[in-house]
Design a protein around this ligand. Structure first.
Ligand code: SAH
Length: 450
């Protein structure tokens, strides 16, 4: 019988979806953060559940050839990177295997292996940073939350973020200290500054900085603008987000522009995209371009095609694909993103694209009733996958091809099965790594009508 506090030796035989090593202890399953497939490790039993034991890594007895020293001083505390202890080759193997397993186990398809497109740049690839602000040792600071908690860890540099993001964070912290501006406290809900949000446009060199505050304004605005611009000259606009809501939602409530025009423009796949703070934009531009190119290639578009792009954000996929089809229709739920998408179509001289601001399922059902029969449907939903009504709309509209772009292989597997039930079979699946050093991965799946 397994007891709490006990030290046990375990053999790691695979990974869970978060990249933790899987082992068995007295018939119970346990997941070990920081352990690699094939390793023999010593673990401490922290808690014994019904079927699962909760353990932590004590030491590695037999190390994998893929083990490397994490090259970040805050790796053990921070919840950001989960895979810095393994080389990139092993990380890609884990991700490709995970996508394949989800498609086979949950999707019910038969495939041998899923190819994965790795990233050339594995550090500083993120174009969006969100730093929580808090008080550390009596002083305002910004950094990251400790893994699985809301305890603030101050960091001076993050290996995934841009240098611009690091510089803005540093400038805001210095400005808060200089003028005695208090950090927001989640418990008391007092204090002003909650988050520092930075988005960089690597194609144009512009950057947007946003201060999320528990209030309507901040004092010493001129000094804030000067400090941010001096530390990060790329910052072309600075905005305030008034977020007085409890909870974890980063951006909510009104935006006020303190400097610049409140949005930035990036180039992607040869097009220009205007990005508001709330608009979705893939965090890894290099790999996003490869993802969209692959999605377009798999869709095998022609000038006879009508495209319906559900969950279209600022119209990235819609507009990249619009150039190759007769007509493209995008659906997105966030009004600012739809306004950006429409502006992006105009800015790029694309006249065969239109956008609807609505829930994807509701809009798809409505368009189906109105007689729309797209030949190609693209879906790129958030992690929870597509709704039943999207599946029902696919059944009514019967597009020849469905390209499913997914950031969660679990819901992708589930949806592939639901689409099989309405007549679609899997033609291809490719993983693209947009998130090196973290367990996340994107997948492009092509389905066609049986
Ligand atoms: N295809 C875009 C965006 C993908 S992210 C790109 O690659 O850039 C998913 C998008 O779905 C987000 O923009 C989000 O705002 C939107 N979304 C979330 N729930 C939705 C829903 N129920 N209906 C329509 N869009 C939704």
């Amino acid at each position: 019988m397994l007891k709490t506090g006990e030290i046990r030796t375990a053999e790691i035989c695979g990974y869970d979806a978060d990249g933790r090593g899987v082992c068995r202890l007295d018939g119970m399953v346990a997941f070990v953060r920081g352990a690699i497939d094939g390793e023999t490790v010593e673990v401490r039993v922290d808690k014994v559940g019904k079927q699962q034991a909760y353990v932590s890594l004590v030491r590695v007895i037999g190390a994998s050839v893929h083990r490397i020293m994490p090259d970040c001083p805050t790796d053990e505390k921070c919840g950001g990177c989960a895979l810095r202890h393994m080389d990139y080759e092993e990380e890609l193997r884990f991700k490709a295997q995970r996508v394949r397993d989800a498609l086979v186990r949950l999707g019910g398809v038969t495939i041998e292996a899923v190819p994965i497109l790795g990233a050339e740049q594995q550090d500083r690839y993120r174009n969006k940073a969100i730093f929580p602000v808090g008080t550390v040792g009596g002083k305002p600071d910004a950094g990251f939350f400790r893994a699985g908690s809301h305890e603030l860890i101050a960091v001076s540099s993050c290996r995934l973020q841009s240098e611009t993001a690091d510089a803005v964070r540093g400038a805001v912290v210095a400005w808060m200290r200089a003028f005695g501006i208090r950090a927001y406290d989640e418990k008391t809900r007092k204090g002003l500054v909650r988050r520092v949000f930075v988005r960089t446009a690597d194609g144009t060199g512009q950057a947007l900085a946003c201060l999320v505050v528990n209030g309507k304004s901040v004092p010493h605005t001129a000094e804030l603008i000067a400090a941010v611009r001096e530390a990060a000259p790329q910052v072309s606009t600075l905005v305030l987000n008034e977020n007085t809501a409890p909870g974890n939602v980063v951006l909510s409530g009104e935006f006020t522009t303190l400097y610049g025009d409140g949005a930035i423009t990036d180039t992607l796949c040869g097009l220009r995209f205007r990005l508001s703070p709330r608009s979705f934009y893939q965090v890894n531009r290099e790999q996003a371009q490869r993802l969209y190119a692959l999605a377009a290639e798999r869709a095998a578009l022609t000038k006879d095609d009508t495209l319906l792009d559900l969950y279209c954000g600022t119209g990235t996929i819609t507009l990249v694909m619009a150039q190759h089809v007769r007509e493209a229709i995008g659906v997105e739920i966030i009004p600012e993103a739809v306004r950006d998408a429409e502006a992006n179509a105009r800015e790029n001289g694309i006249q065969n694209a239109r956008f609807f601001c609505a829930d994807a399922g509701t809009a798809a059902q409505k368009l189906a009733k109105e007689g729309l029969r797209p030949t190609v449907m693209v879906v790129d939903p958030p992690r929870k996958g597509v709704g039943e009504d999207v599946i029902a709309a696919a059944e009514t509209m019967q597009p020849d091809r469905i390209v499913y772009v997914s950031c969660d292989s679990g819901t992708l597997g589930r949806d592939v099965k639901r689409l099989a039930a309405v007549g679609y079979r899997l033609v291809s699946a490719d993983a693209v790594d947009l998130f090196p050093r973290t367990p996340h991965v994107e997948t492009v799946v092509l389905l066609s009508r049986k």
